[in-house]
Design a protein around this ligand. Structure first.
Ligand code: FES
Length: 167
């Protein structure tokens, strides 16, 4: 990294980002992770900090509909709309994936759940009817410290069967 590029990472710029259908203007340094902006600047604390290294999946949000680790995405690289867990059910009715996680008891401490749900929503929007193998492969990108993996798989299966694609 050259000196100018290094320096530019510490000079605040204004960024316009779309989050859950709303535009936000954020003044911050270009290299700041989206996760920090969501939690600290926009108050969207449903997205969690786990490892900060792209390994655990706790910070997953949808960017342009694609599950993305927000701890690894810097502000200067965002070019699509962002969806967080707060945007899934803006009204009183839960998203089918959220409801399925409750129905299947797919959470213990719950810390990893928002990221797990965002990945499941991204998967089911892309492919509403998924096989068990596809669910296991996709969800294995997330770490659940309570090891609740079989219930998480069951929840995504339920959501797939109930038509989560519609949302
Ligand atoms: Fe982003 Fe763990 S906090 S992957």
């Amino acid at each position: 990294m050259g000196t100018d590029q290094y320096r530019s990472n510490f000079v605040a710029n204004e960024f316009k980002i779309q989050v859950n259908g709303q535009e936000h203007r954020v003044v911050t340094r270009p290299g700041r992770p989206l996760l920090d902006v969501l939690r600290e600047d926009l108050g969207l604390t449903g997205t969690k900090y786990g490892c900060g290294e792209g390994a655990c999946g706790a910070c997953t949000v949808l960017v342009g509909g694609v599950p993305t680790r927000s701890c690894q995405l810097t502000m200067d690289s965002i070019d699509s709309e962002i969806e967080t867990i707060e945007g899934l059910a803006p009204e009183s009715e839960l998203h089918p994936v959220q409801q399925a996680f409750i129905d299947q008891g797919a959470m213990q401490c719950g810390y990893c759940v928002p990221g797990q749900i965002m990945t499941a929503v991204g998967l089911l929007r892309e492919k509403p009817q998924v096989s068990r193998d596809e669910i296991v492969t996709t969800m294995s990108e997330h770490i659940c410290r309570c090891c609740n993996y079989s219930r998480i798989r069951a929840a995504v299966e339920q959501a797939s069967q109930s038509g989560a694609k519609s949302r």
